[in-house]
Design a protein around this ligand. Structure first.
Ligand code: ADP
Length: 424
């Protein structure tokens, strides 16, 4: 699948998902409003009937116009201007709410119209009722007084309506699952695509890297096969040297690819021998000195760790160190200034390799240790490599419970800091 197709698929899918979400929100909102309206209407009717029945019981002939008022979303008041007995009111409220299928907790309050103060209030749960207690309380009070109004409050109205919307909650959850599933799939497609690009790059890179020394060796061999070359010993020596150099280059490249094969998890078998880290650094520095001198650079060491005997695999540890120094030289286009230092930390040793090279951008920091990753900008493409070195370093260091971290800014050099615990 090419990038354009993937982009089109993502755009279409995102647009249709956004459309689906918007439609769902619209319908859920509509359904909620409808449920709420039905609830309010039913409460209105129930309270009107309660008022009528109360007046009838009180033998009051007056006709009240719109006695029920909705004060807020879940609070209703009813003006009755007559005696309201709590026990009677509560019984009627329960009866009419049940008739209207309103199985919800509520709180009622009886007010005195003249003083506008609360005379009585009670919370009614649909699960339990304290009938006897209420009867006792209300019988002991003087209720024979006109001018009452009462309010009914539904503290759980929102939850009650939401519970009635089960099917909508179910369909919204399904949509949520679809979105999660979709995002996961897109993520996998993008990851796979990146991986296949990286692999293609790697194959192109490796072919190119192997082809150049092979053709140089082949050309040099042709020259050496010429019988006249015997009479030109200087030329012969030059061509033999070219073959040797190119052969070393090939060997280095094959080693790099083999490093990858050896660190594939199951195959990583680590020895446990005593390694003098300081000696290892000194030896590695020596082997790079010639190369650094050729580039008119300098490589220095600053070995301050007090405990520097590490139990591990000498080959892998020195390969890791070699990769870091090799990178420091490779990515310093002019006069490399490389400094390798050690210092003690907790129960371990800290090794840092610093250079004054091209540095690494903030965006690349996270990916730099990934297999095949190469920073895709600037002159980096002119520098040969497979993007395997740092991944190898990380795998080895982590195999010994150590950490490797990078401090770098584009254009300001890089420092790789390894921390290795000395007690395994
Ligand atoms: P390679 O050097 O073969 O490409 P590495 O895994 O060693 O692979 O490095 C991955 C990438 O990290 C390199 O392509 C380069 O972009 C960046 N990098 C590594 N070391 C340095 C360094 N010392 N300075 C600048 N960039 C570096």
């Amino acid at each position: 699948m090419n990038t354009k197709t993937i982009r089109i698929i993502i755009v279409f899918a995102v647009v249709s998902l956004v459309g689906m979400i918007a439609t769902q929100i619209f319908w859920v909102k509509n359904a909620y409003n409808l449920e709420e309206k039905q609830f309010n209407d039913r409460v209105h009717l129930a309270l009107t009937n309660v008022t009528r029945e109360l007046l009838k019981i009180n033998k009051d002939e007056s006709v009240l116009m719109n006695p029920v008022k909705q004060v807020s979303s879940n609070y209703f008041t009813t003006i009755i201007n007559d005696t309201v007995h709590p026990y009677l009111l509560e019984t009627l409220l329960k009866k009419h709410f049940t008739n209207r299928n309103l199985n919800i907790d509520f709180e009622y309050v009886i007010y005195d119209c003249f003083t506008d103060s609360v005379v009585f209030g009670n919370y009614i749960s649909i699960e339990e009722t304290d009938k006897d207690e209420l009867q006792a309380v209300s019988y002991n009070m003087e209720w024979d007084k006109d001018g009452h109004y009462f309010g009914v409050y539904f503290p759980t109205k929102q939850t009650y309506i939401m519970n009635k919307m089960g099917i909508w909650i179910f369909s919204s959850s399904i949509i949520l699952i679809i979105i999660m599933f979709f995002s996961y799939t897109i993520n996998i497609i993008l990851k796979q695509k990146r991986l296949s690009e990286i692999k293609n790059d790697f194959i192109n890179n490796i072919t190119h890297e192997f082809k150049t020394p092979i053709s140089t060796i082949s050309l040099s061999a042709e020259v050496l096969l010429n019988p006249d070359i015997i009479n030109q010993p200087e030329r012969l020596k030059n061509y033999a040297k070219i073959i040797q150099d190119e052969n070393n280059r090939l060997k280095n490249q094959v080693d790099k690819v083999l490093q990858l094969a050896t660190i594939e998890r199951d195959k990583l078998k680590l020895e446990n021998e005593a390694i003098d880290i300081h000696q290892l650094i000194t030896e590695s520095v020596k082997s790079f000195e010639l190369l650094v001198n050729q580039k008119e650079g300098i490589i220095t060491t600053n070995l301050n760790a007090t405990n520097f005997i590490f139990y591990g695999d000498k080959v892998h540890i020195s390969n890791a160190l070699y990769n870091l120094i090799d990178n420091a030289i490779k990515y310093s286009p002019e006069k490399p200034e490389i400094s390798i230092s050690t210092s003690p930390y907790k129960d371990g040793i800290e090794i840092s390799v610093r250079d004054n090279g091209i540095g690494i951008s903030d965006e690349a920091h996270k990916q730099i240790f990934e297999k095949f990753y190469r920073e895709p900008t600037g002159n980096v493409h002119n520098i040969k490599g497979f993007g395997l070195g740092l991944n190898y370093v990380k795998t080895i260091v982590e195999a010994y419970n150590g950490t490797v971290r990078l401090v770098s800014k584009k254009g300001e050099g890089s420092t790789f800091i390894i921390k290795l615990p000395l007690k395994m």
